[in-house]
Each structure stands twice: as structure tokens, then as C-alpha cells.
Design a protein around this ligand. Structure first.
Ligand code: AMP
Length: 193
């Protein structure tokens, strides 16, 4: 695994633990010689991960849409900054450059990015691992929702298990290295064919 896309908040979160753990995650990437691909901002959890990888001598690529470049406080000291025209191009570029995807705590933007990649994996549009670094149990309610979706037969266990959840960066990255993608989603059950 050479490069990972990280989706995370442009906010810092309510507790210092979010920034602390995001920095530890960045250190783990450097230790494993994995480059960071992210949204290119200098603020919030996004900035903390990027700064931590840069401080360790790692490689960071930011992908920023032009209109947000003027608003989102672009990080000016990245190894590589790519300016694109639209949000869609940003996500596509981040996906192209990465061998896997991790969500750290974040808001609606983070979830949107994560769920697009999750659904594309389900459809077999890519075979890369994806997961959640569950810092401070932030994503416990989402994990509970995944359970509910599976119990109610809206999310097959096979696809639900594609989203790897762990609160330990090293363990999560080990799980990524061992990941085997499931067969792609089908829409008809045997009794309907
Ligand atoms: P947030 O998690 O809301 O703090 O947003 C984190 C990142 O997601 C920021 O870089 C936002 O630009 C990005 N983002 C916000 N909304 C969207 C969206 N609809 N599609 C893709 N990225 C988004």
C-alpha cells in the first residue's frame, strides 16, 4: 500500500483527543512509508493529519477545488498540491491516487466522501480497502446504524464488512493490508432469477 486517501473534518472536534489521535495516525502512515492523499486544507483534523505526516518527513498530496482554494484555507506547504475545477473531480482524483480510503472523525463532507467510496466498492467499481478510524468512539452511532441496516436487510453482511472499523491506526492498516474484496453486489436473489 503506497498511498491512502483520508477523509476527515475541517473542524477540530470538541475534545483535544481528536487532534492528538489524528496526529498519531499520521505518524503511523510515515512509519509504514504510506503517502497521504487528502483534501488539501490546513484546518481542523485535515490540517493535523497533513502536518503530522509532513513533520515526520512523509509525502502529502492535497487535492483542492479551485472555488474552495479561496475559502478553505489551503495548506501551502504540501509535497504536492493539485487544484481541480469541481468537488467531483476532487473525489475522483483522490480515488485515482490512492490504494485505500480511511475516514477519521468529520462532518457531512467526510461522510459524503466515505459513503461514495463505500457504495462504489459495493458495486465493484473499485477493489480497494476502506475503513473508519474510530477515534474517541465518534463513529459508534454509525456502527450501530450499520448493525440496524443489516438486521433490517438493507445492508448485506458481506458488504457491511467491507467497511473496516478500528480505533487503533496500526491494526486498521494491518487489516487493510490483508483485505480481500468480496464479490460484487447483485440485486436478484436466487428465487427471483
Ligand atoms: P467536513 O467533514 O464537513 O468538515 O468536510 C470535510 C471535507 O469534506 C472538506 O474538505 C470539504 O470540502 C469536503 N466536503 C464537504 N462537502 C462535500 C461534498 N458534498 N462532497 C465532497 N466533499 C465535500
Amino acid at each position: 500500500m503506497k498511498a491512502l486517501a483520508v477523509f476527515c473534518g475541517s473542524s477540530k472536534g470538541a475534545s483535544p483527543i481528536y487532534i492528538q489521535e489524528a496526529k498519531k495516525f499520521g505518524e503511523e502512515l510515515v512509519k509504514r512509508n504510506i503517502s497521504l492523499v487528502y483534501g488539501g486544507s490546513s484546518v481542523g483534523i485535515m490540517g493535523a493529519v497533513a502536518d503530522s505526516v509532513l513533520a515526520g518527513g512523509g509525502h502529502v498530496t492535497g487535492v483542492m477545488p479551485d472555488f474552495l482554494d479561496k475559502r478553505e484555507v489551503t495548506h501551502r506547504n504540501l509535497t504536492n498540491l493539485i487544484i481541480v475545477d469541481t468537488m467531483h473531480e476532487r473525489k475522483a482524483k483522490m480515488a485515482d491516487l490512492s490504494d485505500g480510503f480511511i475516514a477519521l472523525p468529520g462532518g457531512a463532507g467526510t461522510l459524503e466522501e466515505f459513503f461514495e467510496i463505500f457504495t462504489w466498492a459495493q458495486l465493484g467499481l473499485h477493489q480497494k480497502p476502506l475503513g473508519i478510524l474510530n477515534i474517541n468512539h465518534y463513529y459508534d452511532p454509525l456502527v450501530a446504524l450499520f448493525n440496524h441496516m443489516t438486521t433490517e436487510n438493507f445492508l448485506d453482511e458481506k458488504y457491511r464488512s467491507m467497511a473496516i472499523v478500528n480505533d487503533n491506526p496500526g491494526e486498521l492498516l494491518d487489516q487493510f493490508a490483508a483485505y480481500t474484496p468480496p464479490s460484487v453486489k447483485t440485486y436478484l436473489h436466487e428465487d427471483q432469477t
